[in-house]
Design a protein around this ligand. Structure first.
Ligand code: AHG
Ligand code: MN
Ligand code: MN
Length: 336
């Protein structure tokens, strides 16, 4: 039998490479792994038990909370509070950041920002959803209560980021700053196994992913780039293929593996873009750069350099294969 490496073994093996590592990040990953397994179980029962549909409330962004949004938020929050390495979290589903105030948590070095269930409107129709997470070292003193400044750090300060995709199989893809690795969950033995070591995004691709229903409201440069994607040109393998699932994790995951570009621009409906900088754009930008790709905002700044000013801040996102993002940046620049 071919030898398999579990996520737990992989983390331990890599920890040996960092003599100063205290095991706290390892513990943090164990919490995420556990919550992801529980969510995998619930999502797989979604049509059978009363967990699909709206929870009846709106979140801070005025979006309908689905029952699974609420459930996922509670699972991840509880799992992250358990081990005392995290001093607080910020979540799409919570208006304010959450302080973990037990003594063990005050000693925690890390904060986590999380989109507990991404693409949640897809859940009722049996389409892939995900969880996105981003980890920072706190800037406030260890031993004190977590502060807003701990969460409002630019993306280049992330110490880890990743996502779980609950798709035709469940996978966890993450980086701690030395490449990106993917682990597929084997539900029969209850472990994530290394299946996609050292993921690299292809330099070029032929997939573009955007909600084209908003086309007339997009900035001129983005419109022209979309037309460029649709033009016939054999030497650059155009027209490209259009693929849009409507869950960032799933669209990103496909483009990471196959090569492509994902676009969520500004529009008159979403003047700042729709996606949230801290728990959607930054973790994806960190992952794509670790995989050799690029992530920019409008009109072309690197996502990881943006200075956040509030927890639920939105920003335009263009992310994917480096040559495709460069081409788009050129269109944006020429049409500003
Ligand atoms: P969430 O379910 O966490 O609110 O995120 C939904 C996001 C993202 O996953 C997806 O890419 C985007 O919304 C889709 O938006 P449109 O329906 O406007 O295309
Ligand atoms: Mn989301
Ligand atoms: Mn969400």
């Amino acid at each position: 039998m071919e030898s398999i490496k579990t996520l737990g073994e992989f983390i331990l093996d890599n920890q040996k490479d960092y003599p100063d590592a205290s095991g706290e990040l390892t513990s943090l990953f164990s919490s995420i792994r556990l919550a992801a397994k529980v969510l995998h179980r619930e999502i797989n029962k979604a049509g059978l038990v009363d967990i699909t549909g709206s929870a009846g409330d709106e979140n801070i962004q005025g979006e309908q909370q689905q029952k699974l949004d609420v459930y996922a938020n509670e699972r991840f929050k509880n799992a992250l509070a358990q081990r005392g390495v995290v001093c607080g979290i910020a979540s799409e589903e919570e208006e304010e950041f959450v302080k973990f105030e037990e003594t063990k948590n005050l000693e925690g070095k890390y904060v986590v920002l999380i989109d507990p269930l991404d693409g949640s409107s897809n859940i009722d129709v049996n389409v892939s959803v995900g969880t996105i997470f981003s980890v920072y070292r706190r800037v406030s003193a260890v031993g004190s209560k977590v502060t807003e400044a701990d969460f409002l750090q630019p993306g280049h300060q992330q110490v880890a980021a990743g996502y779980v995709i609950y798709g035709s199989s469940t996978m966890m893809v993450y980086s701690t700053g030395s490449g990106v690795n993917g682990f597929t969950y084997d539900p029969t033995i209850g472990v994530f196994c290394l299946s996609h070591p050292d993921l690299q995004v292809p330099e070029d691709g032929n997939i573009y992913s955007v909600n084209e229903g908003n086309y007339i409201r997009f900035p001129e440069g983005v419109k022209k780039y979309i037309k460029y994607c649709q033009e016939e040109d054999e030497s650059t393998k155009r027209p490209y293929t259009s693929r849009y699932i409507g869950s960032l994790v799933s669209d990103f995951h496909r483009n990471l593996i196959k090569g492509g570009i994902y676009l969520y621009p500004t529009s008159s409906r979403y003047p700042d873009g729709k996606l949230r900088l801290l728990y959607e754009c930054n973790p994806m930008a960190y992952l794509i750069e670790q995989a050799g790709g690029k992530a920019i905002s409008h009109p072309g700044q690197r996502i990881l350099d943006l200075e956040p000013s509030k927890l639920h801040q939105r920003c335009p996102l263009f992310v994917g294969s480096p040559n495709m993002v460069d081409k788009l940046a050129q269109f944006i620049e020429e049409n500003e």
